[in-house]
Design a protein around this ligand. Structure first.
Ligand code: GLU
Length: 406
């Protein structure tokens, strides 16, 4: 059989974050000890009360289709929940929300209905691997805008304006950022939203990590934008509530955009599993229990971050962004492999082969000098992983000058 992929996917590549997770799983299944600091997946179980509520919903018959855009009860609950984003989060109507199979599908839907051939979309970079792919699948052109290493790899409003052209149609924001953990301040965000408004760009704001912050809040676009007219907020239960496998995300968008995203979803996946929607309903309505669970997980993440940082930042030559949110360390390993076009991949390969630690190379985030370590794993594994990174970095850096002299 000869399979010639269609032009729809001619530029598409498999998700690197998911590929690393699968590789680590396969190695473990083959009996190898692997410390998996690859995929960004909370190691905590979903809080028990959420699982119980979902099981109860199934017992009571939640096994059929729901509305494409999600159950009205869930969307009403999300309207109430949205107040925490900021002033623009109040007064949202249920018909401005679409519940999807994870915020990943929400972002894909938004890209597909907003952007098309000839459009350019600005992507602050490093960025999560799938933004580029989603924009390309919409046949639009992703334009990476490199962040400033002296400002935690964040971009400024001026950087975005400089990278824009008359074909620029929108941008994708992500704060806290995957892969860096950097958080945009309200002032930084406001400046970006102002230029977006002046230029008439759509703003997709992926706020999936907003609850996971260590040094103060991550302001939402709904706290600083002047209006929601061209702003779409993406969120979900996966990260904060440790509910990755339930696949529940949502978008809050102007009505016309919501309608288009709903129509698209009606042809693609229809709706998120009913049982998962009940689980999300439990998570966002049983507020006191959820907040207690999130606070307990946050304490653990903070401890892991601090412990990991202690080890990593003591290593000379290893550049690291101090993560203020999410659960990733983003580390520059270029000094370990001078002259290598993709030092992050070389480093990641050797770290897995020689030290049994799985991480994601920065090329997945369009920055090949870097590597990403997830600290959504038990602290002893985070510490061991960080120590092995330091050890490999020192070994490589030591052997490089020797090789250069030879
Ligand atoms: N978002 C997570 C990550 O970056 C999970 C995998 C994915 O969907 O990319 O690792």
């Amino acid at each position: 059989m000869s399979f010639q992929p269609s032009s729809n996917i001619s530029l598409m590549r498999e998700s690197a974050t998911i590929a690393v997770a699968q590789q680590a799983r396969a190695l473990r299944a083959a009996g190898r000890r692997v410390i998996d600091l690859g995929a960004g997946e909370p190691d905590f179980p979903t809080p028990q009360f959420i699982c119980d509520d979902a099981a109860q919903a199934v017992r009571e018959g939640a096994t059929h289709y729901t509305a494409t855009e999600g159950m009205l009860s869930l969307r009403e609950a999300l309207c109430a929940h949205a107040a925490h984003y900021g002033p623009l989060g109040t007064g949202i109507a249920p018909n401005e929300i679409v519940v999807s199979n994870g915020s990943k599908q929400s972002i894909f839907n938004a890209c597909f209905v907003l952007f098309g051939p000839g459009d350019e979309v600005l992507i602050p970079t490093p960025s999560w691997t799938s933004y580029y792919e989603m924009v390309q699948l919409a046949r639009a052109h992703p334009v990476g805008v490199m962040g400033d290493p002296s400002n935690d790899l964040k971009v400024t409003a001026d950087d975005l304006v400089r990278a824009s052209t008359p074909r620029t149609k929108g941008l994708i924001l992500n704060s806290p950022c995957n892969p860096t953990g950097a958080v945009y301040s309200a002032d930084e965000l406001k400046a970006i939203l102002d230029v977006a408004e002046q230029h008439g760009w759509w703003v997709i704001s992926d706020e999936i990590y907003a609850r996971l912050v260590y040094d103060g809040p991550a302001p939402s676009v709904f706290a600083v934008a002047k209006s929601r007219e061209r702003v779409i907020l993406m969120d979900g239960v996966a990260k904060a509530y440790a509910m990755t496998g339930w696949r529940v995300g949502w978008s809050i968008a102007p009505l016309a955009v919501t309608r288009a995203m709903t129509a698209l979803q009606s042809h693609a996946t229809y709706h998120t599993a009913a049982v998962s929607q009940y689980a999300a309903l439990s998570a966002v309505t049983r507020r006191a229990e959820s907040e207690a669970a999130i606070a307990a997980m946050l304490t653990q993440y903070r401890h892991r971050r601090d412990e990991g940082l202690r080890v990593l930042s003591a290593c000379p030559g290893l550049g690291i962004v101090r993560p203020a949110g999410a659960f990733y360390f983003y580390i520059n390993v270029a000094a370990a492999a001078p002259g290598d076009e993709d030092p992050g991949s070389t480093f990641a390969r050797r770290l897995l082969d020689e030290h049994g630690v799985a991480i994601v190379p920065g090329v997945a985030f369009k920055t090949p000098d870097w590597i990403r370590l997830s600290y959504a794993s038990p602290v002893e594994q985070v510490l061991e992983g960080a120590q092995r990174v330091v050890q490999l970095f020192a070994d490589m850096a030591r052997s490089e000058p020797a090789r250069a002299r030879a």
